[in-house]
Structures are given as structure tokens and as C-alpha cells.
Design a protein around this ligand. Structure first.
Ligand code: ARG
Length: 463
């Protein structure tokens, strides 16, 4: 056996060195070192439990814990030499522990396997990230509530088919975004429950012959429950798939918001301004101020969708129990986490800084016959069946298109051409304020409803 092979923690049965390329091809240390803190935390809990069970002595436990803390310090000070020959984060840390404390270091791996170790590390890592993502979601939701409250009575056109449909309040539009995020946050909290279960103790696949106490490690690591089947625990990555699914959905929501921000900052809409710090210029066109942050978030949605498909495909058809395929779970998961977390952070920073251009929004709502439905409803209240009133208002709109006049700009006699049921009181319903205020029920766009919805959300502790 060569020296190199002896370096490996599994070299015993091998008689030739790993091919250089295969070594690099199969190694994961370049990316899984990201979980060093979770790996060390898991190992400290495992050593504590082994001593409690009498598998190692308390002196051995103390030496291991001290050694692992030293390794952690080295990593954090940039003094740790990561080695591809040692394959992954787990074997790098274990080998370094043994270098430090000698033979006792070799006892750490008693009663466990890298299979339950890695599954535990990913869950610990993802749990921390979920908590950080939750905080960004909360921050963004708080921003939306603040903006909705401030702009509860600001009028803009509401769209269907991207055509002006009915006036809505800008605050109401912000609360639509809030609802999307509220559901995303619920999904995140739900996913966390299934992430927060502990594979440790499953060992390679079948459990271990040592008298381990999984309750001790569960408690030390803050898991809600242990995983109840060792074969399942070391092999399934459904919790990571589930996270990517909710991440993809949340990114989809952020991409919809991004699209609207991009449209609204254009000269054609001019509904809002984004402060310069969220935009960049063009190197050739001096007048340009590009909404890069929302554009990038919109674009990044694609990679998270990709990671979801990647993990689903990775898991598909894998026989029980652990397979090396699962090493491929990390990069997509890490990138999904980074992308979602970064996008949420950018949005949480950006939302309170949105500057609505109230006049331009109002003008756009006024121009687009946005109160046509209100006129139809008015005629219904005067006893005309809705289908007929729809027809009457359609004719009035056609007249307005021809004369370049909005409904609210027509005189009473002009309006009366279309129905003699129209009286002076029609102008109340043709105003934008009258239109939005009339939709005064839970979920409606009236300013009072927007304010009530903000209060309700705050009382429910959402943000
Ligand atoms: N680096 C491996 C992974 O990410 C750790 C588990 C390796 N287990 C094994 N039996 N080779 O999945």
C-alpha cells in the first residue's frame, strides 16, 4: 500500500492508489467545507453521547471536544489546510483532529458513518439558513405593510391582460405581494419541521451495535425528533427537494414583483422611482438608469427552478439506502439558498425605498376608462339589467375613444345620450376615489380596507 493510500481513512482494503483524476472527481471538500461548523457541532454532540454511554471515557471525550474546537479555530482563522485527498469535509476534520490529539481522535467515528453524519450536517446547515431566510421574509413583509399603509389611498390603474381594468389603490397592490410572501413564509415554516429531524444514529444504513442514546444527541443538536428509520434517514433528501420547491415558488413570486417594478420604472409607465443605489447606468447611453436588481432577481428565478429539477432527478429511482449520487445534493441546495436569501435581502432593502409617482399613476388610471365598470354598476342600481348596462357603457366608451374623453370628463348631456337613467349623481361613481372606496369589503381595494388589512396582518404577527 502506498503512503497516499494510507492517508485515506478507508485505505485498509486497498492495494493501489486512487487515480488522481478519480480522486478529484469524487471529492466534495471544495464545496462541502461550507458545513464545517455543523460537522463539528454534530461531532461534539456525538462524542458527548459516546462518553455518556460509556463507549469512550470522559477524558477521551474532553480531548476530542477540545481538539475539534481547535480545528474550528484553525478553519475560521484561515489556517486549515483542506485536502482533496481526504475527500470531504468530514474526513478532513477527522484527520486533522487525529493529527492534533493522536489516537483518541480515531475513536470519534465509533458508532456512526459519514452517511448519517452528512445527512445530519445538511439538516443542521439548512435549518440555520431557513431561520435566516425567515428573517429576510419578515423584513420584506414589514416593508410591504409600511408601504401599503403609507399609500393606502394612492390610486393607480389595476390591470388584467396588462390592460387598464379598474382603479385600485397602490396599497392594495402592495398587499397582494404581501399575501404571496405570507404563504411562502408559511411553506418555509412547514418545511423546517421536516428538516429538523435527526438522522444521526442511523450509522451507515442499519443502525449500530453500540449502546448509543439518540435522545441525547437529538437534544444537544436541537432537533425536534429523530428519524425513525435508519435506511430512510441516510438516503432521502426529500427535505432538500421540499426546500427547493418552496424556494422556486418564492422566487417565482419575486420575479412577478420584479417584472412589475421593471415596467413601473420605465418612462412609459413612470409609476415609481427606485433610488439610484438599486440601479446602474449604461456605459454608452448616458440617460439610462436600469432597474438591475429586479431584473437580476427575475433572471435568477431560473436557476432555482433548475435546482429543484436537479434534486428531483437526483433522487429519482435511487435504491435504498445511501448512494454516492447524494453527494450531488449540496451545490444545488447551497445555490438555491444563496439565491433566495440574496434576492429576499435585496427586496427587503428596496421595498421601503420605492418612491411612488402618485400623479402619474392617477393620470394613467384616469385615462384608461377605468371606471367603466362603476358606470355599469350604477345603471344596474337604477334598475337596468347588467348585460344591458354593459352594452350601454361599451357605447359610451367607444364615444370617449373617438372624442378622446374619459367617462369622468363627459358632460351630463353627453352621458345621457347613452341612457336617460344617468343623472347628476353619476359623477360620484365616475371619480377614481368613488370607485375604489366603493369596494369596501374584506379583500377589496378601498383605502379603509387596506388600512384594516395592515392592522390585521400586524395583529396576527405577520411581520
Ligand atoms: N461526501 C459524501 C456525501 O456528500 C459523504 C458521505 C460519503 N459516504 C460514503 N459512504 N462514501 O454524500
Amino acid at each position: 500500500m502506498t503512503d497516499k493510500q494510507q492517508n485515506k481513512l478507508w485505505g485498509g482494503r486497498f492495494s493501489e492508489s486512487t487515480d488522481q483524476f478519480v480522486q478529484e472527481f469524487t471529492a466534495s471538500v471544495n464545496f462541502d467545507q461550507r458545513m464545517y461548523a455543523q460537522d463539528i457541532r454534530g461531532s461534539i454532540a456525538h462524542a458527548t453521547m459516546l462518553a455518556e454511554a460509556g463507549v469512550i471515557s470522559t477524558d477521551e471525550r474532553d480531548a476530542i471536544i477540545q481538539g475539534l474546537e481547535g480545528v474550528r479555530e484553525d478553519i475560521e482563522n484561515g489556517q486549515f489546510q483542506w485536502s482533496v485527498a481526504l475527500e470531504d469535509v468530514h474526513m478532513n476534520i477527522e484527520a486533522s483532529l487525529t493529527d492534533r490529539i493522536g489516537i483518541t481522535g480515531k475513536k470519534l467515528h465509533t458508532g456512526r458513518s459519514r452517511n448519517d453524519q452528512v445527512a445530519t450536517d445538511i439538516r443542521l446547515w439548512l435549518r440555520d439558513e431557513i431561520d435566516a431566510i425567515d428573517a429576510e421574509m419578515a423584513r420584506m413583509m414589514e416593508g410591504l405593510l409600511g408601504l401599503a399603509e403609507r399609500e393606502a389611498a394612492t390610486i393607480m390603474p389595476g390591470f388584467t391582460h396588462l390592460q387598464t381594468a379598474q382603479p385600485v389603490t397602490f396599497g392594495h397592490h402592495m398587499l397582494a405581494w404581501f399575501e404571496m410572501l405570507r404563504r411562502d413564509r408559511e411553506r418555509l415554516a412547514d418545511c423546517r419541521k421536516r428538516v429538523n429531524r435527526m438522522p444521526l444514529g442511523s450509522a451507515a444504513l442499519a443502525g449500530t451495535t453500540y449502546p448509543i442514546n439518540r435522545e441525547t444527541t437529538r437534544e444537544l443538536l436541537g432537533f425536534d425528533e429523530v428519524c425513525y428509520n435508519s435506511l430512510d434517514a441516510v438516503s432521502d433528501r426529500d427535505f432538500a427537494i421540499e426546500f427547493c420547491a418552496l424556494a422556486a415558488l418564492c422566487m417565482t413570486h419575486l420575479s412577478r414583483m420584479s417584472e412589475e417594478l421593471v415596467l413601473w420604472t420605465s418612462a412609459q409607465f413612470n409609476f415609481i422611482d427606485l433610488p439610484d443605489r438599486f440601479c446602474t447606468g449604461s456605459s454608452i447611453m448616458p440617460q439610462k438608469k436600469n432597474p438591475d436588481v429586479p431584473e437580476l432577481v427575475r433572471g435568477k428565478t431560473g436557476r432555482v427552478n433548475g435546482h429543484l429539477i436537479c434534486l428531483l432527478t437526483l433522487m429519482k429511482s435511487q435504491p435504498l439506502a445511501y448512494n454516492k449520487d447524494n453527494q450531488e445534493d449540496k451545490e444545488p441546495l447551497y445555490d438555491a439558498v444563496d439565491t433566495l436569501r440574496g434576492s429576499l435581502r435585496a427586496f427587503a432593502d428596496m421595498i421601503p425605498a420605492i418612491e411612488p409617482n402618485r400623479e402619474a399613476m392617477r393620470e394613467a388610471a384616469r385615462r384608461g376608462f377605468a371606471t367603466a365598470t362603476d358606470l355599469a354598476d350604477y345603471l344596474v342600481r337604477k334598475g337596468i339589467p347588467f348585460r344591458d348596462s354593459h352594452e350601454i357603457v361599451g357605447k359610451a366608451v367607444a364615444y370617449g375613444v373617438e372624442k378622446k374623453k374619459d367617462l369622468g370628463d363627459m358632460s351630463l348631456s353627453e352621458l345621457k345620450q347613452f341612457s336617460d337613467q344617468i343623472d347628476e349623481d353619476v359623477f360620484e361613481v365616475l371619480t377614481l376615489e368613488g370607485s375604489v372606496s366603493a369596494r369596501n369589503h374584506v379583500g377589496g381595494t378601498a383605502p379603509d380596507q387596506v388600512r384594516a388589512a395592515v392592522q390585521r396582518a400586524r395583529a396576527q404577527g405577520n411581520a
